[in-house]
Design a binder for this molecule. Structure first.
Ligand SMILES: Nc1ncnc2c1ncn2[C@@H]1O[C@H](COP(=O)(O)OP(=O)(O)O)[C@@H](O)[C@H]1O
Ligand SMILES: [Mg+2]
Length: 470
């Protein structure tokens, strides 16, 4: 009773059962009392009238018992009921039923019959074949004078057999109805409870931290909705879990590498390298590089934190791009040159003054420049350019590096995605581009790229110029 399946089954079947049983009884009663029996009584009455008419023209039979008996013997083969004749005193004259004695009394009062003209009397017995209906009718001659009484006796078993057959048909149809109804209720109940059970199973797996088998959508619309919600939840949790693992794996790697370089340098300095001016200088420069890497790592992590909080909070202020942009790349230019890359820049001097968050936008552009440097081998070129076109300012970072494999191009903005070519280049957290794009989006702009594997890539930031900024 506690399960939804049982409840559904009961709530579906019980009313059905009650309705069908009631319908059965009512149908049975109506057919018996309103259709079968009145029909039967009508038939008896007209048969009785017909017989009265016939016998009225046989005056002899009412005076002579012998005549009556002979007449009835002739009639017998064409009559269904037994017919007995009585004279007006109630004395027996004859019967088609040979077993009846001549002393057979008239079983009704003549006065009753006089009042009604036709009397129908039913005698039920516990055995169907002993139940009988007697029909008494008065016989009058052409002048209307009474001449005798006819008793017609019908055995009810024929009628009841007919009625029983009908009752069987009714019961059969209603039983089929009950089975169909209960079957249907069972189907719906099982369908619904199965769907719910599957969802519960998925949620339990989810709670236990197991691999979740996504439930198939089935059952009523509300349950399907629930299934879809659980699926969305599973997908979200899955993404979160994957992200968490990638974050940890990348973090361990990214912190480990610079620390692994810093420690031997410190040890070397302690062991006396401090005395050697050239060596000391080299070691310190190396340490500075590694600290720079850690610094950038922290920037990425800060960006990740901002992403997870929701959107970046910008503190916009008017910035003259003509002055601001050329000064952005000092550090990167030095790093590029140190790596043996050519650095070129080409900025329009007609750039507008725009409402931007300079620190945040610098971070986005810096991520692009860092990538260009990182993924371009020695001897290559990095070009930074800016200009405007229609209602947009564009800032482009282009390189002649390794390019992005076509199959990776759809994923470069996905957090923690790092290309396979990385084996040849230092790895990162895989966050730079995702953060850069979010930062540009927060400025109502968009970040696009083109890349040809083996030839290089170009990343372009497009920022809308509002009417006041023109
Ligand atoms: N200029 C570029 N040239 C070639 N590949 C690039 C370039 N910029 C980004 N990529 C590819 O996109 C991936 C994601 O970049 P990013 O989000 O900055 O992560 P990370 O720099 O930490 O690897 C990189 O690992 C690299 O495979
Ligand atoms: Mg990067």
């Amino acid at each position: 009773m506690r399960s939804i399946r049982t409840r559904l089954l009961i709530s579906h079947s019980l009313p059905l059962l009650i309705i069908i049983l009631l319908t059965g009884f009512v149908l049975d009663y109506v057919v018996e009392t309103r259709i079968l029996l009145p029909g039967f009584a009508d038939e008896l009455t007209s048969e009785a009238k017909l017989l009265a008419e016939l016998t009225a023209h046989q005056p002899n039979i009412w005076d002579e018992a012998q005549e009556a008996q002979t007449y009835l013997v002739q009639l017998e083969p064409i009559l269904t009921p037994n017919v007995s004749l009585f004279d007006l005193e109630g004395d027996f004259l004859g019967s088609t039923d040979a077993s009846l004695k001549s002393t057979e009394p008239l079983s009704i009062q003549l006065e009753d019959l006089l009042a009604e003209d036709i009397l129908i009397q039913t005698a039920y017995s516990r055995h169907l074949d002993a139940s009988v209906v007697d029909v008494f009718t008065l016989v009058r001659d052409d002048t209307g004078a009474l001449i005798g009484i006819i008793q017609m006796t019908y055995h009810l078993n024929d009628v009841y057999e007919q009625f029983l057959a009908l009752r069987r048909v009714i019961i059969a149809i209603l039983t089929i109805g009950v089975f169909l109804g209960v079957g249907l209720a069972l189907f719906f109940a099982v369908n619904m409870s199965d769907a719910l059970r599957q969802i519960t199973g998925s949620i339990q797996q989810l709670a236990a931290g197991e691999e979740v088998a996504l439930p198939a959508e089935q059952g009523p619309e509300e349950v399907r909705d629930l299934t879809r919600t659980v699926k969305a939840l599973v997908t979200r949790l899955h993404t979160l879990e994957t992200t968490r693992r990638k974050l940890l794996a990348n973090l361990v790697h990214e912190i480990g590498r610079p620390l692994g370089a810093l420690l031997p340098a410190v040890e070397a300095l302690e062991a006396g390298a401090v005395e050697n001016k050239v060596l000391r200088q080299e070691l310190l420069a190396g340490m500075e590089d590694e600290l720079g890497i850690l610094r950038r790592l922290l920037d990425d992590l800060t960006g990740l934190y901002d992403q997870s909080v929701g959107s970046f909070v910008l503190t916009d202020r008017p910035i003259d791009l003509n002055k601001w942009l050329p000064n952005l790349f000092h550090t990167q230019r030095e790093v590029a040159r140190a790596k043996g890359l050519r650095w070129q820049s080409n900025f329009s001097d007609q750039l507008p003054t725009m409402q931007i968050d300079p620190e945040r936008l610098a971070q986005a552009i810096g991520n692009l420049a860092n990538n260009a440097i990182k993924f371009t081998p020695q001897g290559g070129t990095v070009i930074v350019e800016a200009g405007f076109q229609a209602n947009e300012v564009w800032i482009q970072v282009k390189d002649t590096g390794c390019g992005i494999p076509v199959e990776d191009q759809g994923f470069v903005f996905t957090p923690f995605f790092r290309g396979r070519t990385e084996t040849r280049f230092p790895q990162g957290m895989g966050l730079g581009l995702s953060i850069a794009r979010d930062l540009v989006t927060a400025h109502q702009g968009r970040l696009e790229f083109e890349s040809t594997p083996g030839e290089g890539s170009s990343f372009t930031i497009w920022l809308p110029i509002s009417s006041e900024e023109k």
